[in-house]
Design a protein around this ligand. Structure first.
Ligand code: GLU
Length: 525
């Protein structure tokens, strides 16, 4: 890292283009910006790169800011909180860019180019045909000053292009890669001001980073190919370059660049699925970076305490939503206090329509579901039977109920006799009963679980019973027995029909048996 930046206050920035959903890559860069700035006692700026007006979406800016706030990576300066470098939206800084573009124009370091879209297409096609991969051949450089001024004065639309060297190479001094040398034959005279009077990304990023005192430009690897233009702009202005840090690109499980279409890249989506910011940040922190002791779980503060860019490795880190679930489960089960988790889970329970009146009940429910839930949304989804006894039985549950009718009847009686309904009482009752019947534990537990929850995939039966409480336990056993005796009134009609048929068949059998007995009796007489 260059020593000249050491004395200046450290400033990092994230410069999202507000065009769609807040992207996981924005959180990734922001995390490293934030950690480094905090470690160095510096500041972290959010600047909105909204110069591409066709793609601009004002809602998206709000969502990026909200997402960063949710993650706890709130910028020190932004359009929302303001700051000494305001304004933070590039469209509000238009005059500034114009001034600097004019400066380059007047110094003969940039020129007006008047080609129309069709002419540019023709140039591009011609260059491609000749195997010269650039988008523009620099012909505008040859226009005399007088003619350029005249055409501009006549109102002809033009762009401003930077004069880039034709020979030699431009060196991007990247903190992670060292010197990246790019032959100047590959560097086009980039457009820095568009014909609509707005700057291109290249000019805006350089002017803003300079004026905002950015010392470290941390951004994705995809920007390394355009970095020479930025380096050349710094040279043209005789400004000191920031330290360039091109972070490795996040890849999906197949090793390809994360794609908006194929992968879940939206921070809002992770939030609404019930991922915890702590887990997402920890996981993002492992993307190309590691703690000196190699530990898997660490907080943002741990990162701040141990951060150095030297520990970044460039092999494309894989961002796999499945792995994120693993991190999330860890934070839910082991890192956050139950009360905090409950607070975070409440909106999900609310959205599912469950009553949150009984705080202790909610804590018990969350506690018992934790071993099976990996997200807050899982918790809410899996807890339906705690909030309503009016559920359907899964096919598996129905089979279990059928095989356990006697146990249900017996335990209904046993439970109703209990004065206390705490864990030990319930547990002893079930165990004693299982022993008295000389059957396997599961034979009794599964019908109970099915009766309590409608499924066979649920937590421990005693836990369930104690959380539900005696009254609900008895109600649910009663409901299950009703179901077995002919289906519930509004239960699945098919099941009801089947049960009725069974009942009829049973009656017929009994009649037959009776008839037989009478026959025997008669015969005996
Ligand atoms: N606006 C660019 C983006 O959307 C910023 C790139 C940079 O950080 O220089 O990623």
């Amino acid at each position: 890292m260059s020593s000249s930046t050491q004395s200046k206050p450290i400033v990092t920035r994230i410069a999202p283009s507000p065009t769609g959903d807040p992207h996981v890559g924005t959180a990734y860069m922001s995390l490293f910006d934030y950690v480094f700035a905090k470690q160095q006692g510096g500041s972290f700026i959010l600047r909105v790169e909204d110069t591409d007006q066709k793609r601009y979406n004002p809602e998206s800016e709000e969502r990026v800011l909200d997402a960063l706030e949710w993650l706890g990576l709130s910028p020190d300066e932004s359009p929302k909180v303001g700051g000494p470098n305001a304004p933070y939206r590039q469209t509000e800084r238009k005059e500034t860019y114009q001034k600097y573009a004019d400066e380059l124009l007047n110094a003969g370091k940039a020129y007006r180019a008047f080609e129309t879209a069709e002419e540019l297409d023709a140039i591009r096609t011609d260059l491609q045909r000749r195997g010269l991969g650039q988008g523009y051949d620099g012909r505008g450089r040859n226009l005399g000053q007088e003619e350029s001024d005249k055409r501009a004065a006549a109102g002809e639309p033009f762009v401003i292009r930077l004069i880039t060297p034709d020979e030699g190479e431009t060196v991007v001094n990247d903190a992670l890669r060292g010197e990246v040398k790019i032959p100047n034959t590959e560097v086009t005279d980039a457009v820095i001001m568009k014909s609509d009077g707005l700057p291109t990304y290249h000019l805006a990023v350089v002017v803003d980073d300079h004026l905002m005192g950015v010392t470290h430009a941390v951004r994705g690897e995809e920007w390394i190919s355009t970095a020479p233009i930025h380096v050349l702009l710094y040279e043209a202005f005789s400004w000191e370059e920031p330290v360039w840090v091109h972070m490795p690109l996040l890849r999906n499980a197949e090793g390809k660049k994360l794609s908006k279409r194929k992968d879940d890249v939206s921070l809002d989506s992770y939030k609404s699925q019930g991922f915890l910011p702590e887990a997402l940040l920890n996981y993002l922190g492992t993307m190309g970076w590691s703690m000196p002791d190699g530990r898997e779980f660490f907080s943002v503060q741990d990162m701040i305490d141990n951060f150095t860019f030297k520990r970044i490795s460039l092999g494309g880190p894989v961002f796999d939503a499945k792995r994120l679930r693993f991190y999330n489960a860890h934070y839910m089960r082991e890192a956050l206090p139950l009360e905090t988790l409950a607070e975070r889970a409440k909106p999900f329970f609310k959205a599912a329509g469950y009553s949150l009146d009984d705080e202790d009940y909610l804590l018990d429910v969350i506690d018992v579901l934790l071993p099976r839930a990996e997200t807050l949304q899982d918790l809410a989804e899996q807890s339906a039977y705690f909030f309503s006894g009016n559920f359907e039985y899964t096919e598996d549950a129905k089979r279990r109920l059928e095989g356990g009718q006697k146990y249900l009847q017996d335990l209904e009686r046993e439970f109703s006799r209990l004065d206390f309904f705490d864990f030990d009482d319930v547990d002893d009752t079930i165990r004693d009963y299982v022993q008295s019947q000389s059957v396997k534990m599961g034979e009794v537990m599964q019908p109970l679980r099915a009766a309590f929850t409608g499924t066979t995939q649920a937590p421990g039966v005693t836990d369930l019973a104690v959380i539900l409480g005696k009254q609900k336990v008895l109600e649910r056993i009663g409901r299950a027995l009703d179901f077995l005796q002919g289906g519930l009134p509004d239960d699945n009609p098919q099941a009801k029909k089947e049960a009725e048929e069974k009942e009829k068949a049973k009656e017929a059998k009994e009649k037959q048996a009776k008839a037989k007995v009478t026959k025997h009796k008669k015969e005996a007489v």
